[in-house]
Design a protein around this ligand. Structure first.
Ligand code: DAU
Length: 324
């Protein structure tokens, strides 16, 4: 069962491959709706909750933090409470898995070691603060109520179907539309890129075999600075979909994001040692697959952009930065 409020970044288009899948049930609804969540858990005898639902875009959290507190904090609390009440003491075979982010750990300098599961929390944006709060709530339900929980903290996801507000799909679609490619500040910030399918496989392993009450870091082992990544996207596009001049000419440095974290990197030894997981995609192959997917799905792009007031978002976030 897939419970989704279908807010701006969601779409039934993303589920089109599941239209004839009898094992999949879609419910449009809000994780903050306690009655609905309780009802679904009871009626469908749900034994495993995988909590992916969140407001996730840092720039949106800077311009309007309220939905982040509502969905990420209140929504997580609502799901936890429903699971606690419905499952009661009958916890055998039950699992509440919470999907979180490396951003809860704050920012690294170039010399720092990668984040481990015991790195102290130090969130810097309303988004990461709301995710940190949700992680704390999940752990508190394990210690206080014995709720069978696990948590994964992942690095930057990318791949097909990603809403084009995040750096990689934004760069691909802006390039294809001949718009400038906005790079915040000097572009030397570093992220660790995780292909979405690798992430899903890690989540599945943790649900099946992860130890209760434990947190697992999930990273791509693919650190890149932003400017290098944007250039790489341009080079792949120049090869796969050449325009009259190189896409590199569209790169524009724009004013930085407030509170911008310099570097994230994940130490993934624990999930590798305990569950045998490591990412299968390197950035080169994952990026090519992703760019290919956006090129091969112009209908998805067209429909999705049209129905989600996408250009309004570009105006809101980028016009003051001088990027169009
Ligand atoms: O690290 C995991 C996190 O990755 C997730 O928890 C977040 O939900 C997800 O949004 C992502 O956060 P980032 O802020 O790192 O992702 P974003 O794609 O927004 O930005 C990646 C980097 O690129 C970051 O250093 C900011 C920069 N950037 C981003 C945009 C949208 C630009 O230079 N220009 C842009 O237009």
């Amino acid at each position: 069962m897939n419970l989704d409020a279908l807010t701006y970044a969601g779409s039934m288009e993303n589920l089109r491959d599941l239209a004839d899948e009898s094992r999949h049930l879609f419910v449009k609804g809000d994780i903050c709706d306690a009655e609905l969540v309780r009802k679904l858990l009871i009626e469908h005898k749900i034994d495993t909750v995988v909590h992916f639902a969140a407001e996730t875009h840092v720039d949106r959290s800077i311009l309007g933090p309220a939905p982040f507190i509502q969905t990420n904090v209140t929504g997580t609390f609502t799901l936890l409470e429903a699971a606690r009440q419905v499952w009661g003491k009958n916890r055998s075979g039950k699992r509440f898995h919470h999907v979180s982010t490396d951003e809860v750990f704050g920012s690294l300098s170039l010399q720092d070691d990668a984040f481990t599961e015991s790195t102290p929390y130090d969130p810097h944006s309303p988004y990461s603060a709301s995710k940190a709060a949700s992680d704390h709530l999940v752990r508190s339900y394990f210690h206080t109520y014995d709720l069978p929980v696990t948590i994964t903290n992942c690095s930057n996801n990318y791949g097909p179907y990603q809403f084009p507000e995040k750096l990689i799909p934004l760069t691909i679609l802006n390039a294809l539309r001949g718009r400038s490619l906005p790079v915040y500040g000097d572009g030397m910030q570093i992220r660790d890129w995780l292909y979405v399918q690798d992430h899903c496989e890690a989540v599945r392993l943790v649900i099946e075999n992860g130890r209760l009450g434990e947190t697992y870091n999930v990273g791509g082992n693919n650190q890149s600075h932003n400017i290098g990544l944007v250039r790489k996207i341009c080079q792949v596009l120049d090869e796969l979909h050449p325009a009259s001049r190189s896409y590199l000419s569209l790169i524009t440095h724009v004013p930085d994001r407030p509170g911008h974290d310099r570097r994230y990197a994940m130490d993934i030894k624990k999930i590798h040692a305990e569950l045998g997981w490591s990412p299968k995609h390197d950035l080169e192959s994952g990026l090519r697959e992703t760019i290919r997917w956006y090129l091969d799905n112009p209908e998805w792009v067209k429909n999705f952009l049209a129905q989600n007031e996408y250009d309004e978002w570009l105006d809101l976030n980028y016009s003051d930065r001088g990027a169009q």
